[in-house]
Design a protein around this ligand. Structure first.
Ligand SMILES: [Zn+2]
Length: 109
C-alpha cells in the first residue's frame, strides 16, 4: 500500500501496514491501532491480513479515534470505542456507495 500518511490541518499522521498487530484482550485479532499525538508521533496501523473491506472500516475506525482526540472530547475509553465501532462500517459504506458525496467533500472550488 502506497498510502504512508495523511494530514489533518497539515499535521502528519503516519500510516503503517502490518500483517499482524497482536490480539485484543478478548482474544480477537487486533485489526488496527491508533497512537494519539499526546502519546507519541501520531500513527494509524492497519492489519493487512484482514479482508480489504475490514481494512477500510478499520482505517475509518482509527480516523474516528483521531477525530475524537483532536476534538478534545473527554469520554471514557469504552464509550469512545463503542462510538467508533458503531460508526466505522456505516461511514465506510456511505462513502463507498456515494462517490458523488466524496467528490462534493473533496472538490476544490
Ligand atoms: Zn478503537
Amino acid at each position: 500500500m502506497t498510502l504512508d500518511h495523511i494530514t489533518v490541518e497539515g499535521k502528519r499522521v503516519d500510516i503503517r501496514w502490518k500483517k499482524w498487530l497482536g490480539k485484543l484482550h478478548e482474544g480477537y485479532a487486533k485489526g488496527g491501532e491508533y497512537i494519539a499525538p499526546t502519546v507519541g508521533r501520531p500513527r494509524i496501523s492497519i492489519m493487512t491480513s484482514q479482508p480489504l473491506r475490514a481494512q477500510r472500516a478499520t482505517m475509518v475506525h482509527e480516523l474516528l479515534h483521531h477525530c475524537v482526540e483532536l476534538s478534545g472530547l473527554k469520554v471514557p475509553k469504552k464509550d469512545e470505542e463503542a462510538f467508533c465501532d458503531a460508526v466505522d462500517s456505516w461511514l465506510t459504506l456511505i462513502l463507498r456507495e456515494n462517490p458523488k458525496l466524496v467528490e462534493f467533500l473533496t472538490e476544490v472550488p
